[in-house]
Design a binder for this molecule. Structure first.
Ligand code: C5P
Length: 239
């Protein structure tokens, strides 16, 4: 795929931040309100981590994992009944499988490899299609769409993020403890923020939103306000 597959005239809103900051939910709600496409870049890293694990690859072998990143087919398909897109890996619906903590840790490990990030760069850029794109990730505003006209860095305290994750996992019937989740979140934050390539940090021109004491609706409204102010011509909300 060539770089020209990404149209620079199409507006992009980047939403970066650590896990549990509410990025996923807020990005999806903002994309729906604007009628824009959505890129869940974390799902792409998770899909590669999952595919590499299924193939029995050594997750610390950059060459093997990079080949896997290049060769794995990853597709997002909106279900007929509506709701979030399903994630298909080589034709297999792995939407639920990629959401486990193990897969998150695998994604974070392979995401620290520069060659893996390069292999996934154009794939992510190709999501930039009219009428606009909301790009959710860690390096959307700093690397992948550094030319985006509108950037948000969403954060929340580690304790609040662990609590949100705990609630989600409990609702799915999974057995976890809050203390373990907090430890895992802090370890993942540390790895994502200190890695040499594309570390998690706000872009210089990003607006920082702390969602610790905001409801989802409040955070969505704040993000939409930022888009409206930056892109009055493009940001016509659907509701
Ligand atoms: O956002 P999510 O938790 O699904 O991402 C899983 C992992 O993928 C993150 O912990 C991070 O290491 C990696 N990632 C990344 N760059 C992105 C998105 C995700 O390095 N743009």
């Amino acid at each position: 795929m060539s770089a020209s597959s990404s149209d620079p005239s199409v507006p992009v809103l980047t939403i970066d931040g650590p896990s549990g900051s509410g990025k996923g939910t807020i990005s999806a709600a903002v994309a729906a309100a604007l009628g824009w496409h959505l890129l869940d870049s974390g799902a792409i890293y998770r899909a590669v981590g999952y595919a590499a694990g299924m193939a029995g690859l050594d997750l610390s072998d950059p060459e093997a994992v990079t080949r896997c990143a290049q060769n794995t087919r990853i597709a997002f398909r909106a279900p007929k009944e509506g709701g979030p897109a399903r994630v298909f890996i080589n034709g297999f619906d792995a939407t639920d499988e990629i959401r486990t903590e193990t897969c998150g840790a695998a994604a974070s490990a392979i995401a620290a490899m520069p060659a893996v990030r390069s292999a996934l760069f154009e794939r992510q850029r190709a999501f930039r299609k009219a009428p606009g794109l909301v790009a959710d990730g860690r390096d959307m505003g700093t690397v992948v769409f550094s030319d985006a006209p509108c950037k948000v860095f969403l954060t929340a305290s580690a304790e609040e993020r662990a609590k949100r994750r705990y609630k989600q996992l409990k609702e799915k019937g999974l057995s976890v403890t809050l203390a373990t989740l907090l430890r895992e979140i802090e370890a993942r934050d540390e790895r994502d923020a200190t890695r040499k390539v594309a570390p998690l940090k706000p872009a210089r021109d990003a607006v920082i939103i702390d969602s610790t004491s905001l409801t989802i609706a409040e955070a969505v409204e704040r993000v939409l306000g930022i888009v409206r102010a930056a892109l009055p011509r493009h940001a016509t909300t659907r509701n």
